[in-house]
Design a protein around this ligand. Structure first.
Ligand SMILES: NC(=O)c1ccc[n+]([C@@H]2O[C@H](COP(=O)([O-])OP(=O)(O)OC[C@H]3O[C@@H](n4cnc5c(N)ncnc54)[C@H](O)[C@@H]3O)[C@@H](O)[C@H]2O)c1
Length: 254
């Protein structure tokens, strides 16, 4: 408790999965939090749930791949809470096409959501952090380092996030801004629950299959990923920048 006391955090894609767990954990740890999502219904429901516990939270329905919406989300959060200390770039989509099947349209879409949105939110956040310093956490994936099954576009975007992380860390270190990435491995979220349902597979069977390539033989939970994000966001990691935390049940090391 209190590891983010007096901090203001913005989190993209916060209405579901890892983003939702991060919103909840950051609030538990004393932060004031703003989150965005394109899913207005889930965002409003989560925001109501949090407010009913007496915590302040700001939800903004927005599409993060659009520069004006990304920038205005970050700016609104800073205006609402009066400062900005932490940015978690979390939003992402998946596509399942080979390079032969992929089109200009699908490349534009996935690069915009998974890469450009991280750059746009950072562009808005960095000037607001320059006075007091800050921490930016980019959610990449261990697919930045190992090939997923038919996920070449997603893997490409996640590898790009590792470059963005190193580049921003170096460019802004003297302003007191740390930039790191978390690389989750298979983590069971509502997205996977829906995938299992759509393919007519029982949740337990899906999880077993999902976990087969991992040392730990079980998928991660969104809460376990949020705990790594918290470490990088907090003052417990002052010497960590330009770095990656693998939270992947040992998959990348095998
Ligand atoms: N779950 C995993 O197994 C796993 C593994 C490795 C990396 N990751 C990464 O973790 C992050 C979160 O993943 P998750 O599984 O929790 O995802 P999720 O699909 O459960 O949640 C993503 C959220 O982003 C929102 N969103 C999608 N596109 C948007 C857009 N254009 N603008 C605004 N909001 C948008 C969705 O509505 C959703 O609420 C992603 O960056 C993902 O690549 C997840």
């Amino acid at each position: 408790m209190g590891r983010l006391k007096d901090k203001v955090a913005v989190i993209t894609g916060g209405a579901s999965g890892i983003g939702e767990s991060t919103v909840k954990l950051f609030i538990e740890e004393g932060a004031r939090v703003a989150f965005s999502d394109q899913d207005g219904q889930r965002g409003i429901a989560l925001s109501k749930e949090i407010k009913s516990t007496g915590s302040d939270v700001l939800f903004v329905e927005a599409k993060m791949e659009l520069e004006d919406q990304a920038v205005s989300f970050v700016q609104r959060a800073a205006d609402h809470f009066g400062q900005l200390d932490i940015l978690v770039n979390n939003v992402a989509i998946r596509m399942f096409q080979t390079v032969v099947e992929a089109s200009q349209e699908s490349w534009d879409k996935i690069l915009s959501v998974n890469v450009k949105s991280y750059a746009f939110c950072s562009k808005a956040a960095i000037p607001l952090m320059q006075k007091q310093g800050g921490s930016i956490i980019n959610i990449a994936s261990n697919n930045a380092f190992i090939a997923g099954i038919n996920t070449v576009q997603y893997d490409t975007t996640k590898a790009a996030i590792t470059g963005l992380t190193r580049g921003m860390a170096r460019a802004h270190s003297e302003e007191g801004i740390r930039v790191n990435a978390v690389c989750p491995g298979p983590t069971f979220t509502p997205f996977h629950m829906q995938r299992a349902k759509k393919s007519g597979i029982k949740e337990e069977e899906f999880k077993e299959e999902f976990a087969r390539p991992l040392m730990l033989k079980r998928p991660g939970t969104p809460e376990e990923i949020a705990a790594c994000i918290l470490f990088l966001a907090s003052d417990e990691s002052p010497f960590v920048t330009g770095s990656f935390i693998f939270a992947d049940g040992g998959q990348t090391a095998m």
